[in-house]
Design a protein. Structure first.
Length: 479
């Protein structure tokens, strides 16, 4: 049995909290408010995010227990292996990898989109072609690629550098959101009357709310970055649950604050109907002037940076864990000689993400919409694994080395399973308010087919490894 490669324990608790929160927020809270309000209305969006956050907390209970019990890189990949074996571990890892890389790419694209609004004359240079109605400019590709290259360097330098930078970015982002909400709130031209009507008028309040709840796996994806980094905690893994809960609470607050600020600044229906490139940027500029735009751009930049940084960390640790277990090539678990980081995985993520801006933002959003399915599947595996480990009471199947008598936690794990299935239903059942578009469904089918091909080509290699060795490679101990 070969020696198992491990990562250095360098991450502090507040860094891990910042990774979870920063990954959850990203660019969406600052770019999407007018689009979301067009779907559900201001109150519908805020209630949708509040309900989504509560459902994420239910799921987080299972995460907290499994991180405490199995503090290894890989997260949901390892959890699926614990309860259902190698094939399901591959399925979980395959879908998560796609979801994470897509979010890295979309955050880089959002950075270029911000420049398109603030400095249109700068971005709209070197016109190349149009894809799905989106004009692709060479400058857009350059800006996205530069941002990715910078965060590639940050992450290769190691957890201490990337973790501390993440905390600084998150702190600035929170200050920016507080400042924008306060300044809009005291501005004479803004007010709660602009928030009316509270819901979208062409649909019921319930449909409006659940159309937002359906995107909760995408909106809050990021708290699940905590288990990906569990192997690098320099503190007790029992703290992970509290860090996740605090991250979700802050994420809900930031989403709701940006929705409220955007809605109060100007009548939201008029703004949504106008079809501005960046609705939130437009109304903040009209209400607060240049100073407001500067604060918003800084907050958005921090949101993008935390998303880039957080998901590069998460994805590289997932690839590292899958490679260590022989599921993907060994080079992905190779560590940098000086910094002891999985630099091949980091380089791979960045290079793949650099290809995304060439396809246009609209085409990329189809893949990202589809990636919500993969994230939800990972949530399901986590809750199912916790459900299997928890027991209602001691019975003949109870093994003290594998099981825990915890009826309350088992109930929450069951609720997490049900929530995950409901999220999948909202995304995949025709007629659902969040049913995936045809382009996203095609992207999903392509990814599934590629996964089947890759799995079948590697299946013999998986089976050649004994259970004892696989347990050691994934969990660092016997199953």
């Amino acid at each position: 049995m070969e020696q198992r490669t491990t990562l250095k324990r360098t991450l502090k608790p507040h860094w891990v909290w910042a990774i979870a929160l920063g990954s959850s927020i990203g660019w969406g809270a600052f770019v999407q408010p007018t689009n979301w309000m067009e779907t559900a209305g201001p109150l519908g969006v805020m209630l949708g995010f509040a309900i989504g956050g509560l459902l994420m907390m239910v799921i987080a209970i299972s995460y907290g227990f499994l991180i405490k019990s199995f503090p290894v890189s890989g997260g949901e990949f390892a959890y699926a292996y614990i309860s259902l074996g190698r094939t399901h571990a591959f399925i979980s890892g395959w879908f998560l990898t796609l979801g994470y890389i897509c979010i890295v790419a979309l955050n880089a694209s959002a950075f270029a989109l911000m420049f398109k609004y603030v400095f249109p004359s700068l971005l709209e240079n070197f016109y190349m072609y149009q894809i799905a109605g989106w004009d692709v400019y060479g400058m857009e590709i350059i800006l996205a690629s530069v941002a990715l290259a910078i965060f590639c360097y940050f992450n290769i330098k190691g957890g201490i550098f990337s973790g501390s930078m993440q905390f600084i970015f998150v702190a600035i982002m929170i200050l920016g959101v507080v400042a924008i909400t306060f300044l809009v709130g005291i501005n004479p031209s803004a007010g709660l009357e602009n928030v009316q009507p509270s819901f979208q008028t062409d649909k019921s309040a319930m449909v409006a709310i659940f159309s937002i709840v359906a995107i909760a796996p995408w909106a809050f994806v990021g708290f699940d970055s905590v288990p990906q980094a569990a192997e690098e905690f320099n503190f007790s893994s029992s703290k992970a649950f509290r860090l996740i809960i605090f991250a979700i609470i802050f994420a809900v607050a930031i989403y709701c604050a940006m929705i409220l600020a955007t809605a109060m600044a100007a009548p939201w229906q008029e703004v949504a109907a106008a079809g501005h490139l960046w609705g939130t940027g437009y109304v903040i500029e009209q209400t607060l002037g240049t100073m407001g735009v500067v604060i918003l751009v800084v907050a958005l930049s921090m949101g993008i940076f935390t998303g880039l940084n957080g998901f590069i960390i998460s994805t590289s640790r997932l690839l590292f864990a899958m490679s260590r277990a022989k599921f993907i090539p060994a080079s992905f678990s190779k560590l940098h000689k000086k910094y002891q980081t999985p630099y091949i995985s980091i380089l791979f993520i960045v290079i793949v993400s650099m290809a995304a801006p060439w396809f246009g933002r609209q085409a990329l959003t189809w893949v990202v919409d589809m990636s919500s399915v993969g994230v939800t599947i990972a949530y399901f595996y986590t809750c199912y694994t916790a459900y299997v480990i928890f027991r209602w009471k001691k019975d003949h199947r109870f093994n003290p080395n594998k099981h825990v008598i915890a009826p309350v936690q088992k109930t929450f794990a069951l609720l997490g399973i049900i929530s995950s299935i409901c999220f999948l239903g909202l995304l995949l059942i025709p007629g659902s308010p969040a049913f995936l578009g045809i382009e996203s469904r095609i992207a999903l089918i392509i990814w599934v087919v590629l996964g089947v091909i890759f799995y079948l080509s590697k299946r013999r290699d998986y089976k050649a490894i004994s259970d004892e060795e696989m347990n050691y490679l994934i969990l660092g101990k016997k199953k």
